[in-house]
Structure formats: structure tokens, C-alpha cells
Design a protein around this ligand. Structure first.
Ligand SMILES: C[S@@+](CC[C@H](N)C(=O)[O-])C[C@H]1O[C@@H](n2cnc3c(N)ncnc32)[C@H](O)[C@@H]1O
Length: 202
């Protein structure tokens, strides 16, 4: 499937900021509670953007994990590298296009994550096959993204506010369907966890 839509970096950073300011729950706490990354682990974050998840895991493990963040946006990688330098973290940020073979040997990582990114993958079997290949036996894959219910609410709000419908975007509808099913077909065990975060604007 060819995916034509890409959210601009500026919009992404603004959206993250809105969730941080007006959300009632904290997705970072939720993610760490779920994954419990440990010092000594090797972690790959795919579609890392400005490195949000990488820095989260780095802080949680007190710098004890070996973390790699990969993204195909040089603009976002630069932001991540800048923060890496400014905070004294030791995360390896490198170019990675998840529609191409990952530049890592088989059985390299204990945990592979991808937050709100993997739904842009054009060939899910290929991308998740790569994630499986670079994971150690017993390694874990974590992917997060919106479910169809979120998008419906999003469409409804925009329609109510503007009187105009927005064109459909790829992403959420893939998560419950072909993304879940593809992972389920490749990995030994698959679980679906729901994170709910209500935004309240003052
Ligand atoms: C919504 S952002 C999420 C960024 C980050 N994971 C976070 O949670 O802040 C989606 C990310 O996917 C990246 N992306 C989209 N297509 C990609 C591809 N083919 N290969 C690697 N990264 C990609 C974008 O550059 C962007 O950083």
C-alpha cells in the first residue's frame, strides 16, 4: 500500500505539546509501566522522531540501556541529536527508513518500539519482518498508535468546529486490523492494550 500522507514535523511537535499540556493521563508513565525497560537492554526505537521514547527509556533506565533511535527525517534526527548532546545522554540516533532493510544484524535488540509511526509503513509484512529479524529470540516489539474510535472523535470535533469534513488520513484504521494481524502472524504472542487520555481545554 502506498502511503502519501506524512504529518509535517511542526504539526507533530505541536500535537505532542497539546497532549502534554491538556491531557489527563500520561502516556510516558503508561509506556514505562507496560514495558519496564531495564538497564543492560538493547533497545531500538523505529520512527523515533525527535527521540521522545528514546529519552524516556534512557531516563527510566538511568542511562543503563543501550538505545538506538532511527528515523528518516533528518530534521527530527537533528533535534534528537541536539537534545542528546545537551542532556549528556548517549543515545545513537541514525537514519532508518522502515520501508527498507534495517541496517542491523539479526538478533541485535531486546526491545523494538515504534510510537505513532509504523502506520506509515507501506508493506507491513516486510517492516514487522525486519523488526522480528533484528530482535533476539524472546525479544519484544511494542507499537503504539490511534485506534479507529480516536479518529472518529477527531473527525467529529473538526466537523463541528469548522462545518467541513477533513479528508481521511491513513493510520488508525490500520492499527486494529492489518497491523495487529500482521504482528500476530509473525510474533509468538500479541496483546492489545488501550491508553485513554481525555483532553480538557481551559
Ligand atoms: C507521529 S511521528 C512520531 C515520532 C516519535 N515516535 C514520537 O512518538 O514522538 C511519526 C514519525 O515517523 C517517521 N516516519 C514516517 N515514515 C517513516 C519511514 N518510512 N521510516 C522511518 N521513519 C518514518 C516520521 O519522520 C516521524 O518522526
Amino acid at each position: 500500500m502506498k502511503i502519501d500522507y506524512q504529518e509535517p514535523s511542526k504539526d507533530l511537535l505541536m500535537r505532542i505539546d497539546i497532549h502534554e499540556k491538556y491531557g489527563s493521563a500520561n502516556i510516558d508513565v503508561w509506556t514505562n509501566d507496560l514495558l519496564k525497560p531495564q538497564a543492560g537492554m538493547k533497545i531500538l526505537d523505529v520512527g523515533c522522531g525527535a527521540g521522545k521514547l528514546c529519552f524516556l527509556f534512557n531516563e527510566y533506565t538511568k542511562g543503563g540501556a543501550q538505545i538506538t533511535g532511527g528515523d528518516f527525517s533528518n530534521e527530527l534526527l537533528d533535534k534528537a541529536r541536539e537534545k542528546n548532546k545537551n542532556t549528556g545522554a548517549n543515545i545513537d540516533f541514525q537514519f532508518l527508513d522502515f520501508n527498507q532493510p534495517f541496517n542491523f544484524a539479526d538478533n541485535t535488540f531486546d526491545l523494538c518500539t515504534s510510537a505513532f509511526a509504523i502506520y506509515y509503513a507501506s508493506d507491513l509484512d516486510f517492516t514487522f519482518g525486519e523488526a522480528h529479524r533484528v530482535l533476539n529470540p524472546g525479544g519484544r516489539l511494542f507499537v503504539s498508535g490511534p485506534l479507529p474510535e480516536n479518529k472518529q472523535m477527531f473527525y467529529d470535533i473538526i466537523k463541528e468546529a469548522t462545518g467541513a469534513a477533513i479528508p481521511p488520513m491513513p493510520g488508525s484504521s490500520r492499527f486494529k486490523g492489518d497491523i495487529f494481524n500482521t504482528i500476530d502472524g509473525i510474533f509468538a504472542k500479541t496483546e492489545l492494550h488501550k491508553f485513554e487520555n481525555h483532553l480538557t481545554f481551559p
